[in-house]
Design a protein around this ligand. Structure first.
Ligand SMILES: NC(=O)C1=CN([C@@H]2O[C@H](COP(=O)(O)OP(=O)(O)OC[C@H]3O[C@@H](n4cnc5c(N)ncnc54)[C@H](OP(=O)(O)O)[C@@H]3O)[C@@H](O)[C@H]2O)C=CC1
Ligand SMILES: CC(=O)N[C@@H](CCC(=O)OP(=O)(O)O)C(=O)O
Length: 310
């Protein structure tokens, strides 16, 4: 019997992308709710309880409601919303954190798919904290840029309507309350809340995250080569090949650090740049906010949970 997959919120930005990624798959059965009934609790309950894996592509409150509608012990959940990412009983769906996380995902009944912004910073910071090159209480700032699809349907409609009149580069999160801080702090193993300073650009999808490091205050200042080796060693020991590490950077600029280069893929590439004399470094991640940042990760997690290889 093929596993039954139900995408709750199938017609939203993330749901549509997951649907497209699964469209050629003959090892799965996709069960779809009639469009006109998609917000009826009774209809959603029927589909949620019939599914082997329910992928929730909904606002947070609706995602919580879907979980509460599951009345059996068999439906496994992948929640793409922010609702459960640091919640007890939920597994965080970033397999590249380490091999133990990959194994936990394979067994998970309740899986929280990560937010788009935290994945790049977690990918570069966690190996450094784990290796002891950076103390857990180090003050961290994250900046970067995302395509406007990160804001879901309302932001997409706004940017499409404005066209070239939409701002090319718009910093946001100016109240310093970005919703991704808790998961970033938790899974990058940081003691303090990182300062998130995101921006949105006038392009549909793709993103770059940047973590600038002022290392001079540390007792043992790591060199760029040491930072790079710790990150590269971490990913060399992992299966999957989703996250790649570029050679230690020595270019003033490179076309590889363009938010759109991995669009339509589940890839993420990490870059380390450093000036050892100034005790400064930059840790950069490039990926698709709708790929590894959302739908690609959800499908990767679904395959791990079902023991399917793709
Ligand atoms: N866009 C992105 O880059 C990312 C988004 N996410 C998360 O994924 C989730 C979905 O986001 P996204 O796809 O961007 O959002 P969208 O706004 O594009 O889509 C949300 C979907 O949910 C449906 N919906 C809303 N309320 C209900 C309800 N009560 N019952 C059933 N369906 C409902 C909407 O239907 P309708 O339009 O008819 O109201 C719509 O189809 C969010 O939690 C978001 O935080 C995660 C990672 C990245
Ligand atoms: C450009 C933009 O607005 N991006 C969204 C994040 C999108 C995302 O991945 O977040 P969730 O999965 O947690 O919804 C934001 O910064 O709030």
């Amino acid at each position: 019997m093929k596993p039954k997959i139900f995408i709750d919120g199938e017609h939203g930005t993330t749901g549509l992308q997951i649907r497209a990624l699964l469209s050629g798959r003959d090892d799965l059965e996709i069960i779809s709710i009639p469009t006109e009934r998609r917000k009826e609790a009774a209809a959603r309950a029927e589909y949620l309880n019939a599914a082997d894996v329910a992928i929730l592509c909904l606002p947070d409150d609706a995602a919580r409601e879907s979980v509460a509608l599951i009345a059996n012990d068999t439906t496994r959940v992948i929640d793409a919303s922010t609702a459960h990412r640091v919640a007890d009983g939920w597994t965080y769906g970033f397999p590249e954190m380490d091999n133990a996380q990959t194994a936990a995902i394979a067994k998970a009944k309740r899986l929280a798919n990560p937010g788009c912004w935290p994945q790049g910073p977690i990918a570069v910071l966690r190996p450094l904290v784990t290796a002891g090159l950076m103390p857990a209480d180090f003050p961290i700032t994250v900046n970067g840029i995302s395509g406007y699809s990160g804001g879901g349907r309302p932001m997409i409609e706004d940017y499409v309507a404005k066209g070239e009149d939409a701002p090319e580069f718009l910093p946001y999160g100016l109240t310093l309350k970005h919703k991704h801080v808790p998961e970033l702090r938790t899974y990058a193993r940081l003691e303090h809340d990182p300062l998130m300073q995101p921006a949105v650009g006038n392009f549909a999808q793709g993103m770059i995250t940047v973590v600038p490091l002022q290392l001079g205050s540390l007792k043992n200042v790591p060199t760029g080569a040491e930072l790079h080796a710790a990150i590269a060693d971490h990913y060399a020991g992992l299966a999957g090949g989703v996250v790649e590490v570029a050679p230690l950077g020595d270019l003033e600029r490179t076309p590889e650090i363009d938010p759109e280069v991995y669009n339509g893929t589940n890839r993420m590439k990490l870059h380390v740049f450093a000036n050892d004399k100034r005790a400064q470094a930059l840790l950069i991640a490039v990926y698709d906010n709708l790929g590894k940042g959302a739908s690609g990760a959800a499908v990767q997690n679904m395959d791990l949970m079902l023991g399917l290889k793709h």
